[in-house]
Design a protein around this ligand. Structure first.
Ligand code: PMP
Length: 421
């Protein structure tokens, strides 16, 4: 009798009405936010600036809605994404290996090209080993998520990418941020908290993708050594961009590559593919290769995705003029924007230059008006950045010309003057 009573009450529980907001996707806070954003854009007469469809190659120019546009919204920094040699490498790899390795690398998905790519990354960095993941985002999530635990501490720049934040949260470690590019603030946190934790990981980026500025790497190295912490540098945007030959932040600052414990980068920018890597010492890389969930429980990188990055690592040392050109055209952009009185924040003029306009509606309006003149640049709106620093964010490529830049900045200057007047 007792058990039939229990069953009856369980039945009553399951038929009790759950509020609709917990059962409907259109009541989800994310969907509600989307509806509000769309309404706001409609009221302002703006098109949705997201999910614009590009056809063909997204380089310094790109086809959008059948129009050839000058394009500042793709991170094809060294212009390799459309290079015939790189495309051929992808085609050859697909012909040889097929289009999927059809398993995790741990269980029969391993192919020679994986080791070749990882060796090329390790030797490019001058460290012992490297491992590649199928997604840049997953690389950070999995690496931070696996390496750290509840007794550990993650200290990160306040502008760190979402993937590192999510990884830190997943790890269960205590997480604190320090003000952007401020080693003194990090020093204070380390002095106060280092001894309360087991492992401490400091996470910074090589080139910040919203602001186009870089950290003072030698100071971060000095701090991590003094406080016995690990240092991780996310080179998603700095590899191929910083340093005389594009070798990244270590070349720019001439630091010993082994002074950084974890070098992270992505294949989606300079390396014109997809995926991420961790480069460092053997013990780190072997551990990740055997236990990082985003590696272990995910399919191996398809050969046609690995091959372009491998090819580019081979081409880069022979074609350093691309890096020189990217740096020169980026500096030109910065100087020309500043000469027109634009607020470029802290950008150092290396591949990423924001023009801060101070309000999300204005940034969205400017992006829209530029697109009408066949110039594509992404607005960065609140909450991605604080409202007062809403901006247009320009990605440069070595294939941009001075004419592209003059035309764009003249058009933007006029629009800004009209918006003020
Ligand atoms: N780190 C940084 C700094 C990034 O900007 C990004 C994305 N652009 C990622 C990691 C994730 O890389 P991916 O887009 O290749 O997954």
């Amino acid at each position: 009798a007792a058990s039939s009573q229990a069953l009856a009450s369980a039945g009553a529980e399951s038929t009790r009405r759950v509020p609709e907001r917990f059962t409907r996707f259109d009541a989800h806070p994310g969907y509600q936010q989307l509806v509000m954003m769309r309404q706001g854009a409609k009221q302002l007469g703006l098109i949705d600036p997201f999910f614009k469809v590009h056809d063909g190659l997204a380089g310094a120019t790109s086809m959008i809605d059948g129009q050839s546009c000058i394009n500042f919204a793709s991170y094809n920094y060294l212009g390799y994404s459309g290079d015939p040699r790189v495309i051929q490498a992808a085609c050859d790899a697909a012909s040889h290996y097929g289009t999927s390795v059809s398993a995790s690398r741990v269980v029969s998905g391993e192919r020679p090209i994986h080791g070749e790519l990882e060796q090329a990354i390790a030797s490019t960095y001058g460290v012992e080993d490297a491992v590649v993941f199928v997604s840049g985002h997953a690389t950070n999530v999995s690496t931070l998520g696996y390496l750290l635990g509840p007794k550990d501490l993650v200290l990160h720049d306040e502008y760190i990418h979402n993937s590192s934040l999510v990884g830190a949260q997943l790890s269960g470690a205590k997480r604190m941020s320090f003000s952007h590019n401020d080693p003194d603030a990090l020093d204070a946190l380390l002095s106060r908290h280092r001894h309360q934790f087991e492992r401490v990981l400091v996470v910074i980026e090589g080139l910040y993708s919203m602001d186009g500025d870089i950290p003072d790497l030698p100071r971060f190295v000095e701090l991590k050594q003094r406080h016995q912490a690990w240092l991780m540098v996310d080179e998603a945007h700095s590899f191929g961009v910083m340093g005389d030959t594009g070798l990244g932040l270590r070349e720019h600052f001439a630091v010993d590559p082994t002074d950084v414990d974890i070098w992270m980068g992505t294949m989606s920018k300079t390396l014109s593919g997809c995926g991420g890597y961790i480069a460092g010492n053997k013990a780190l890389v072997e551990t990740l290769r055997h236990f990082a969930p985003g590696f272990l429980y995910s399919v191996g990188m398809p050969a046609q995705v690995a091959a372009p990055s491998l090819k580019i690592l081979e081409l880069m040392p022979q074609e350093t003029e691309r890096v020189v050109q990217l740096q020169a055209i980026s500096r030109y952009f910065l100087a020309q924007a500043q000469a027109r009185g634009m607020d470029t924040g802290h950008s150092i003029g290396s591949a990423v230059v924001p023009v801060i306009v101070g309000s999300s509606p204005l940034a969205a309006h400017l992006s829209h008006a530029l697109l009408e003149q066949n110039i594509n640049v992404q607005p960065i709106l609140y909450p991605a950045v604080p409202e007062k620093s809403a901006r247009l964010r320009f990605f440069l490529s070595c294939e941009h010309t001075k004419a592209h830049i003059d035309q764009t900045l003249d058009a933007l200057a006029l629009l800004l003057a009209n918006a003020k007047g």
